[in-house]
Design a protein around this ligand. Structure first.
Ligand SMILES: [Zn+2]
Length: 536
């Protein structure tokens, strides 16, 4: 601000000085300048003298230029064949770089077509394709002329200096086209050319993971670590994910030895990675080593309490009684006594053991603080076990349907929810982005659907008010409409219950039948109105 003001002031002062000077010269009529060329004599007034000086400067410049040309011509005549071309070349070079600079400016200001024509002009003067092609390629991309861009990238491949740029440009195009096979080959080529390029590492790793080239991906990951662009702990987990993925492939092709080794290696690399711990524990169980299985499951659980770990822990002794199982699991639950997962696990074990008050105590304030579908379903099982009225059980199940689902495998990149863990996100193809957590905005899993529930299972009632006042309109057979959500009465299958831990009932929550209309209005047990306009 101050600087601009200063500049304006200086400019005004300069103009004023010039005007004053000119006026002074005009008016002063001081001593004239006399120049004599032999017999001829010029007499110049002050202003004419100034003009003559300017003309002289221009003349000297022209003479110097001409002298340069004459010298070049003489050199040429003396046998220096490039002297003349060099003289003119200097001129061409200047114009070429001017055009190049204009092309770069046009590129920076988003004028693709202008940049392309400037690049063509620069190429005419400079004959430096490695420079001008770069601008042309970017300009072609900018104007959406992909064919032209591809053509230029291919030209860039011919020069050692620009080969990487060409490969990278083509790689980007192939990725956009979804041609992952060619993209993978180009990424490998780019990796050969520049083994320390972080962006190429990531692209190559993603493509290799997508193509299930786990060995290649581990090599890329190693290069990334060596390059220092990856923290050690992230490297360890990703390496474990790759080892685990390889082990899972080995299962598919029936190579159980390789699968076992891979799973145990993955667990060693990252003990807190849930799927690796589960697979390694099962591998140890296959080898008849339950102590190792117990050890790694406890270690993984203390870092990351997850139902799959509990399910694998249950498999260590498959045929124990509910009370034996409860006793054995205490070692696991003791590691993270306040974690919701541990409390739900304890409640499930207590239900299987038919100790319903203990199950209720295990859940504690989870029912108020974090009422997930699973917690509410467990409450329904507890009520049923304690012999409460069907209406009370139904009320809990109704609540469970609209409750948040709790933690799930969610992609950190695109937030997609996955039923099972996978090394690569199904939705966005990112590698190692699934984490076990509660989805954002996990308030109600089926907001529109629950409106119909009073018709199906009866109006939701709290357990204290459930004894009377139930509308009789809906059918009396909740267990027929919602069979999957109802946990088997614990009295019937005490030993089997803990095996149901991993998937947990909430995952199988069925969609209630009609889902599109507004909630029905239930007045004194009578369904008065249904539908009447969709929700906006
Ligand atoms: Zn994703």
């Amino acid at each position: 601000m101050l600087w601009s003001l200063l500049k304006i002031l200086i400019f005004v002062a300069l103009v004023a000085a010039l005007a004053l000077g000119a006026g002074y010269l005009m008016e002063s009529g001081g001593p004239d300048l006399r120049i004599a060329f032999g017999p001829v004599e010029f007499t110049l007034g002050p202003l004419q003298a100034v003009i003559a000086a300017l003309v002289l400067v221009v003349l000297v410049w022209l003479v110097l230029k001409l002298a340069g040309l004459v010298v070049a011509a003489l050199k040429f005549l003396n046998g220096d064949e490039t002297a003349l071309t060099r003289y003119f070349h200097r001129n061409r070079e200047r114009r070429g770089y001017d055009a190049l600079a204009q092309g770069m400016l046009a590129l920076a200001s988003g004028e693709g077509r202008l940049a392309m024509s400037k690049a063509a002009k620069a190429e005419r003067f400079l004959q430096r394709p490695e420079l001008t092609n770069l601008i042309s390629a970017q300009a072609a991309e900018m104007t959406g002329d992909r064919k032209k861009a591809e053509e230029i990238y291919k030209r860039l491949l011919n020069d050692d200096r620009t080969r990487f740029v060409g490969v990278r440009g083509l790689l980007k195009q192939k990725l956009e086209d979804g041609d992952t096979d060619t993209a993978l080959r180009l990424a490998e080529k780019a990796f050969d050319l520049k083994p320390r390029h972080t962006e190429i590492h990531d692209t190559l790793l993603r493509l290799q993971a997508e193509k299930e080239d786990w060995a290649g991906a581990r090599a890329t990951l190693g290069a990334k670590l060596k390059n220092g662009s990856l923290p050690r702990d992230v490297y360890n987990r990703r390496d474990a994910v790759l080892a685990l993925s390889k082990a899972r492939n080995a299962v598919v092709v029936g190579n159980s030895d390789q699968a076992r080794e891979g799973a145990i290696e993955a667990n060693r690399l990252s003990p807190s990675l849930v799927p690796a711990a589960v697979m390694a524990a099962r591998a140890y169980l296959d080898q008849g080593k339950p102590r190792q299985a117990t050890r790694i499951l406890k270690k993984a659980w203390s870092a990351n309490p997850h139902p799959d770990l509990a399910a694998a822990f249950a498999d260590i002794v498959p045929d124990e009684t509910p009370s034996q199982r409860l006793k054995r699991f205490r070692a696991l639950i003791r590691l993270t006594p306040d974690d919701p997962e541990a409390r739900m696990l304890l409640a499930e074990l207590e239900i299987a053991n038919k100790d319903f008050p203990a199950a209720r105590k295990a859940l504690g304030d989870l029912v108020e603080d974090a009422p997930t579908a699973r917690v509410l379903t467990l409450m329904a099982a507890i009520e049923r076990g304690e012999g409460s009225d069907d209406a009370v059980v139904r009320a809990w199940l109704t609540k469970a349907l609209s409750a948040p689902r709790g933690p799930q495998w969610i992609c950190d990149n695109c937030q997609a929810v996955h039923a099972n863990w996978a090394p690569v996100c199904d939705n966005c193809g990112s590698f190692d982005t699934l984490s076990w957590r509660t989805p954002l905005g996990d308030e109600a899993s089926m907001p529109a659907a629950t409106g119909m529930l009073p018709l199906i299972v009866g109006t939701p009632q709290t357990s204290t008010a459930a004894a009377g006042g139930m509308p009789e309109t809906p059918s009396e057979t909740p267990s027929e409409t919602l069979p999957e959500t109802t946990p088997e009465a614990p009295t019937e299958t005490p030993a089997a219950a803990p095996q149901g831990i991993p998937s947990g009932s909430p995952d199988e929550t069925p969609e209630p039948t009609p889902a599109e209309d507004e909630p029905p209005k239930v007045v004194e047990g009578e369904v008065v109105a249904l539908g009447g306009g969709r929700e906006t």
